[in-house]
Design a protein around this ligand. Structure first.
Ligand SMILES: Cc1cc2nc3c(=O)[nH]c(=O)nc-3n(C[C@H](O)[C@H](O)[C@H](O)COP(=O)(O)O)c2cc1C
Length: 211
């Protein structure tokens, strides 16, 4: 199936079958699609917490807009972004990149100096808004990869960030939750939205052609 066919196939699932688990092989492919996402300055300013532990999922049910999905899905991916930019975080990424590419250390120092000048004096919340935005391309690619594997998903911002951050102790990693992705196989009887038509505004309204 083509990418477009897969994107037409997928939908934001409202109910998952608790007895059907997604294979670790497929979960790894979905995560890999997210890992390969482009990010601003290549900083990969976020991490993914992959949760299959039922007890942990139960702790996150409270505050979830889709509590049954949290409980019944096979895996939940939490997209969590850096809570701020720091010189150490920027340097760590670029030291690693330089090493991986076999380049002399400091090869990108004028660029990282520029990044530090741009970010380090900005308020934490402005920087977090920027790091958070970086997660969404990864979320999109992960959704598309899951669709290719015929694995059901639902992206979600409807949850209590405070609870998720606390349960996963994200502050210890300098992270804050941004979005979730429920992964599993739909419960065809309870997933009330499945029979409904996928609706998108028509192409001509969606695109402003400048020719
Ligand atoms: C960033 C983001 C956050 C979303 N949050 C939720 C959510 O909390 N709960 C939910 O049921 N659906 C959520 N959705 C799903 C959307 O409602 C859904 O993608 C949209 O209605 C289009 O339907 P489709 O994905 O089935 O084509 C979210 C989607 C995105 C992209």
């Amino acid at each position: 199936m083509s990418l477009i066919e897969n994107l037409n196939w997928r939908h934001a699932v409202k109910a998952f079958n608790p007895n059907k688990k997604v294979s670790e092989e497929n979960i790894e492919k979905i995560i890999e699609a997210a890992r390969l996402a482009p990010t601003s300055s290549g900083l990969q300013q976020f991490r993914i917490i992959s949760i299959s532990n039922q007890e942990v999922k139960e702790k996150l049910v409270q505050g979830a807009l889709n509590p049954d999905s949290m409980k019944d899905c096979s895996h939940v991916l939490v997209f969590a972004a850096w809570d701020n930019y720091t010189a150490e975080r920027i340097d760590k990424v670029y030291d690693f990149t330089t090493e991986e590419r076999g380049l002399p250390q400091g090869r990108f120092s004028s660029y990282t100096d520029m990044l530090k000048k741009v970010y380090l004096d900005l308020p934490d919340e402005v920087n977090f808004a920027h790091t958070s935005r970086q997660t969404y391309i990864a979320l999109g690619l992960a959704l598309a990869q899951a669709a290719e594997l015929k694995v059901d998903t639902c992206p979600a911002e409807g949850f209590d960030n405070k609870i998720v951050d606390e349960v996963l102790e994200l502050d210890k990693m300098g992270l804050k939750s941004v979005s979730l992705m429920y992964i599993g196989y739909a419960d065809d009887e309870k997933d009330w939205i499945k029979p409904m038509k996928k609706v998108r505004i028509p192409r001509n309204e969606f695109v402003i052609d400048v020719k």
